[in-house]
Each structure stands twice: as structure tokens, then as C-alpha cells.
Ligand binder design. Structure first.
Ligand SMILES: O=C(O)[C@H](O)[C@@H](O)[C@H](O)[C@H](O)CO
Ligand SMILES: [Zn+2]
Length: 299
């Protein structure tokens, strides 16, 4: 039996931590603080966090083939040059929806950047409904909208054979699957593969492991759960010392460690005093399973 160990590695108190991505070249964990408007990079060697402040909510970060990073910023896809601390807009979506912002995003195995939008939250999980859409940024920097009517566009990843796209619209309390065409980036045949149980609360970010099983961070559920997308069964629950677990990824040596982001927005003083690590970054070891390296944006 493996023994699972959970450690808070960065306790800078994100307001909404999100989009953890392992940057192998830098041996560091990238993530964003959405409402804190920061792109962060935590290095295990120094145990320090470097942060770049940006001018709007930043909801996801991805590696880029040409080096540096791409981010979703407000309703924009943008390029981020880390050393120069330079952000340049690539393209904008939802121009007719001034109250919208991007939320979670991830690059597909062919190098396309998928990210969805949502209305700005009035408080956690309270917002004008059906305002979001799911988009793809292609390597030629063109954008395609897949569908609209999304509440909170969240976790996404692809099956190991690249034939299935997994997606979470948080307020559906469901983890969904689509058929995926890697050649074109098109999705179809949406179905639910798992409905969250009451104490699991709201599904948020997710990632896949090398056995093809999905790990879903449960917002307000204080846990990550491991799901079998073939059977629709939950295989494992790992509880964390904070309620607002937002997303997860694998990283570290051979992608054998899991990193989990968390949030503190929406917690009152009493709640925060019970969970002083809220908004921290957690490292989980001993899961006995590895993850898939992140794909870089091809543009
Ligand atoms: O991290 C995110 O994806 C959202 O931006 C957060 O605000 C929460 O997840 C949401 O409130 C619960 O679904
Ligand atoms: Zn999220």
C-alpha cells in the first residue's frame, strides 16, 4: 500500500488559485490567482513563489512551444514573456459580454489552447447563469467557439488515446465526456460520466493520470477524487486540509507528485481561522500513480 502524504508547499494565500501546470524546463509549478490577478511560479528548489501582476483576472496559464507562456486574461488570450514581465493580447472573445471573464483552460495533445468563459461571480458559485462559452485558440491564432450556455466553464483534459475530451461545467455537478477528433479539434456526442455526490460539492479543475483515470478537485468539498471514466465509478478520495480545493495537476520528478491549488475568496474570518492554509498550494505524494506532461501551445 502506498502512503499518501499531503504538504502545503506555498502558503501565500491565493484568493482563487487555479490552473496548476508543471513547467519541466524550469522545474517549477506555474499557477494563477484569478481574482488576485497574478501569474505565479513556485520553485521546489528555492521553495519561493515568483509572481507577475496583471491588469485583469487571469484564469489559466499554459506552456508555449516557442518558449514562455500563454494565459487567459479577462476575456483575452494573451502571451506572457516571463523575464520581461510582458503581456500582449493575442485575441479577445465574448466582446458583447462585458461582465464575462475566462475561467479554466488547457492545451490539447495537438497544441490547441482550450478555455471557457463565465460571468463574473457575485460570490463563489453565484453568478448570472448561461453566459459562458467554450473556445479553442488554434496555432494560427484563430479562435473557434464550440458551444455557449455554460455556467462556470472549468476542468478539462483528454483521454490517453486522444479520442475523448473531458469537461466540467461546475454548476451541472457533472463530469462530462465528448468524442474528440484530434485532427480537427472538434468535439461531439456529449454525455455525463460522473455526477458528484452531495459532500463532494462542486466539480472544479481536473487532470488525467497515466492509467487514464481522472482526478477532479472538488470546490467546497476539500478533496480530490479519482474517477474511472469507463465505468463512471469513483475509485479514490483524498481529503485536503482546506475546503476550497480548485484544481490539480501532476508534476515533479517523473510527474509522480500531485499539486493542488485552493482558494480563500468567500471565506469569513472564522472559516479562515479554522483553515489557515486556505489559498495555499498542496503537494500530494505517495499516490502510486503518475501524470501526463502538459502539452505546449503550438502557436
Ligand atoms: O476556480 C474556478 O474555477 C472559479 O473561478 C471559482 O470561482 C470556483 O471554482 C467557483 O466558484 C466554483 O465553481
Ligand atoms: Zn476552476
Amino acid at each position: 500500500m502506498s502512503s499518501v502524504k499531503i504538504e502545503c508547499v506555498a502558503n501565500e494565500g491565493c484568493r482563487i488559485g487555479e490552473s496548476p501546470v508543471w513547467d519541466e524546463k524550469e522545474s517549477a509549478l506555474l499557477y494563477v490567482d484569478i481574482t488576485g490577478r497574478k501569474v505565479c511560479r513556485w520553485s521546489p528548489a528555492t521553495t519561493r513563489v515568483q509572481a507577475i501582476s496583471v491588469d485583469a483576472p487571469v484564469s489559466s496559464v499554459a506552456l508555449r512551444k516557442s518558449g514562455d507562456y500563454v494565459i487567459t486574461l479577462g476575456t483575452r488570450f494573451a502571451a506572457l514573456k516571463w523575464k520581461e514581465q510582458l503581456v500582449t493580447t493575442i485575441t479577445q472573445v465574448d466582446k458583447d459580454k462585458p461582465n464575462n471573464r475566462f475561467n479554466d483552460g488547457k492545451v490539447d495533445p495537438a497544441g490547441r489552447y482550450f478555455a471557457g468563459t463565465m460571468a463574473e461571480e457575485i460570490q463563489p458559485a453565484v453568478l448570472e447563469r448561461h453566459q459562458g462559452s467554450l473556445y479553442t485558440l488554434f496555432s494560427d491564432l484563430s479562435v473557434v467557439k464550440h458551444f455557449d450556455q455554460v455556467d462556470i466553464s472549468n476542468g478539462l483534459d483528454w483521454s490517453l488515446d486522444h479520442k475523448t475530451f473531458f469537461y466540467i461545467d461546475s454548476l451541472s455537478y457533472s463530469v462530462d465526456a465528448f468524442d474528440y477528433d484530434l485532427q480537427t479539434g472538434k468535439i461531439g456526442n456529449r454525455r455525463s460520466i460522473y455526477k458528484l455526490e452531495k459532500e463532494e460539492s462542486i466539480p472544479d479543475g481536473m487532470c488525467i493520470d497515466t492509467e487514464g483515470k481522472l482526478w477532479v478537485a472538488c470546490y467546497n468539498g476539500g478533496r480530490v477524487i479519482r474517477l474511472d471514466p469507463e465505468t463512471g465509478k469513483r475509485l479514490q478520495t483524498v481529503k485536503l486540509p482546506v475546503d476550497k480545493t480548485t484544481s490539480c495537476c501532476f508534476g515533479g520528478k517523473d510527474y509522480s507528485e500531485m499539486y493542488v491549488t485552493s482558494a480563500s475568496d468567500g471565506m469569513d474570518k472564522e472559516w479562515l481561522s479554522r483553515q489557515p492554509q486556505a489559498g495555499g498550494i498542496f503537494k500530494i505524494t505517495g499516490l502510486g500513480v503518475k501524470g501526463v506532461p502538459p502539452y505546449p501551445f503550438a502557436g
